[in-house]
Design a protein around this ligand. Structure first.
Ligand code: XMP
Length: 435
């Protein structure tokens, strides 16, 4: 590890992530650790230049106010206490300054003037470190990776290819619920451009047959999730001598899985419930990165922007946007309409500006006229939302001409669709997805 590090000690603040992010933006690496970190754990962290004792409203645990562990006071590096009655601290603040400029000054003073940290947190350094660590962990053994084509798994794949090349096998399962062009892009980028060992599994019929007649959203999710594991497991069993499993775990997955002072936000099951008799050691090279750093890493590794700056896409994919029991004709119409929406958002410069946008196809039809005759066809619903954490969301005010252009194209180009609607509902009361 070549980078200097500032440790954020969680003493009940709700802002650990924000502070960690801000210090990284100054070019200095940070990690968030629990208040009772042991001497050994602290000593194992490389290049610690200072520790922020980050206090706040969650300071009471099991009825008693918490303090930093003895290890921290004896660490011999500058300490900064914020909203925390520390036994000793080189810098003490009642709270983080609300004024943005003052806040920046406080951070910089501590990081650079008190701790003398060097701003050497760069993607090139990170990649060089990780390649070394991956090689050390894996040796000459083999690694398996489920490559969905999402940002995280794509960046892990690119990093592992750089580090261990042929020792990596990627499995891309096409479950038939991906967006137009996605499986093709995964094959083109990873097999043809990066020379990866890529197993492409066409499981479209298998998934759609399993889903036939299933209308309940949660049931659909369960079937898709379970079938995915089954297909992946079958592929894994065909390969010999795999000891490691690559995972696209990122830092928010770890931080959000709960700290000792905050309630668990949500649990993350990245391993996706693989069977117990398939035992792998995990390789998780992105586990200390925030999402935007994952993207920067992908860019530095040469992945195309369209892969790295992708909007979030749910695991069950188009399966939860083809409402009710999925049928192949509606699924195809949905996929075409989604491709048109994305194309027009690109042309209007909205990619990367709107958090998530997609189409939905309901399972009812309405009357229209086509070529002077009555037609009875599906509607398509457009949705475009902005959010910070997906817990609440607002509707994007898409320019009217863009909406009209999308509508014209869908009505002209997508078979079986005679109506286009725009969903104006914020979350809450609506959710982002329709199912
Ligand atoms: P909702 O619909 O709950 O969506 O407002 C919030 C965010 O989560 C995504 N989402 C999912 N992601 N598996 C996923 O991996 C799922 O089953 C799932 N359901 C919703 C959704 O796209 C949005 O970004």
């Amino acid at each position: 590890m070549q980078q200097d590090m500032i440790v954020i000690l969680d003493l009940g603040s709700k802002e650990n992530t924000r502070i960690a992010r801000e210090i990284r933006d100054l070019g200095v690496y940070t990690e968030i650790h629990p208040h009772d970190i042991t001497k050994e754990q602290l000593a194992a962290l490389p290049n610690v230049k200072g520790i922020v004792l980050n206090g706040g409203p969650n300071r009471i645990v099991d009825g008693a106010a918490i303090d930093a562990s003895e290890a921290v006071y004896g660490a011999g590096v500058p300490l900064m206490a914020v909203d925390h009655k520390a036994r000793k601290a080189d810098v003490a603040l009642d709270a983080w300054p609300e004024d943005e400029a003052e806040h920046q000054i406080a951070l910089k003073r501590f990081v650079f003037d008190a701790c003398h940290a060097t701003a050497n947190w760069t993607m090139d350094n990170f990649i060089a470190d990780q390649i070394e660590l991956i090689k050390k962990q894996v040796g000459d053994k083999k690694v398996l990776l489920a490559l969905s084509g999402g940002v995280d798994s794509s960046v892990v794949a690119a990093l592992l290819i750089r580090a261990i090349g042929d020792q990596l096998t990627c499995v891309h399962v096409n479950h038939g619920l991906l967006r137009k062009g996605e499986p093709e892009q995964v094959v083109e980028v990873f097999r043809n451009q990066l020379g990866a060992n890529l197993i492409y599994v066409d499981a479209v019929d298998r998934f759609l047959n399993k889903l036939e007649g299933v209308a309940d959203p949660e049931q659909k999710r369960k079937i898709i999730g379970a079938e995915f594991i089954r297909v992946f497991e079958e592929e894994a069993r065909k390969l010999n001598g795999i000891e490691f499993l690559g995972q696209g775990t990122i830092y928010p997955d770890i931080v959000e899985s709960g700290t000792k002072t905050a309630k668990m936000v949500k649990s993350h099951h990245n391993v996706g419930g693989l069977p117990e008799d398939l035992q792998f050691e995990l390789v998780e090279p992105l586990k200390m990165l925030f999402k935007d750093e994952v993207r920067a890493c992908g860019v530095a590794l040469g992945l195309p922007d369209s892969m790295v700056y992708r909007q979030p896409f749910p695991g069950p994919g188009l399966g939860v946007r083809c409402l009710g029991a999925i049928t192949r004709d509606r699924l195809e119409a949905l996929r075409e309409a989604d491709a048109i929406l994305r194309d027009e958002f690109d042309k209007a410069g909205l990619r990367g500006k709107v958090w998530q946008y997609f189409t939905v196809i309901p399972d009812f039809r309405s009357t229209g006229v086509r070529d002077n005759a009555r037609c009875f066809e599906w509607p398509v619903i457009l949705r475009a939302v902005n959010t910070v954490d997906a817990m609440t969301a607002t509707v994007e005010q898409v320019p009217w001409p863009v909406l009209l252009k999308i509508t014209d194209r869908i009505l002209a180009e997508v078979k079986g669709v005679n109506r286009v609607l725009y969903d104006l509902s914020p979350k809450p009361v609506a959710t982002i997805e329709w199912e």
